[in-house]
Design a protein around this ligand. Structure first.
Ligand SMILES: [Zn+2]
Length: 120
C-alpha cells in the first residue's frame, strides 16, 4: 500500500474516532442532565427519547470504535492491510470505503454467512 494512502486512511481513522468519542461524551452529558431535579412530563418524554436515541447510537458505534482501535494497532505493526483471518491483503477500495475493516471481503462474507446460520 502506498504511504500516502496509508497516511490518508490513518487520518480518517483518527477523525472518525474523535467524532465517535465526542458523540459518546455528549451522551454522558445528556444522562447527567436528566438527574437534575424533576422535569414535567413532556420534558421527560423528550429526554427519554433523546437518551434512547443516543444510547443506540453509541451501542452501534462502540463496535466501530473497537475496530478503529484494532486498525490503529495494525498500522503501528505495519500490518494494516492484512486480513485478520487469512492474512491476505485487504483490497484498497475496501479500505477506502471502510478504513477500519479487519477482514478481507471473502472472510467478511464468510463470517456474515455463519452469523446468518447461527441466528436462524
Ligand atoms: Zn481474509
Amino acid at each position: 500500500m502506498r504511504a500516502a494512502l496509508k497516511k490518508k486512511l490513518h487520518q480518517e481513522l483518527l477523525a472518525r474516532r474523535k467524532e465517535l468519542t465526542a458523540a459518546f461524551k455528549r451522551t454522558k452529558e445528556t444522562n447527567r442532565r436528566s438527574d437534575d431535579g424533576p422535569l414535567d412530563l413532556a420534558d421527560t418524554a423528550t429526554e427519554l427519547y433523546t437518551q434512547e436515541f443516543n444510547f443506540s447510537l453509541t451501542e452501534k458505534d462502540r463496535g466501530v470504535l473497537k475496530l478503529i482501535a484494532g486498525a490503529l494497532d495494525r498500522l503501528e505493526l505495519n500490518e494494516y492491510d492484512e486480513c485478520e483471518e487469512c492474512g491476505e491483503k485487504i483490497s484498497e477500495p475496501r479500505l477506502k470505503a471502510i478504513p477500519w475493516a479487519p477482514l478481507c471481503i471473502e472472510c467478511q462474507a464468510e463470517k456474515e454467512a455463519v452469523a446468518r446460520v447461527e441466528s436462524s
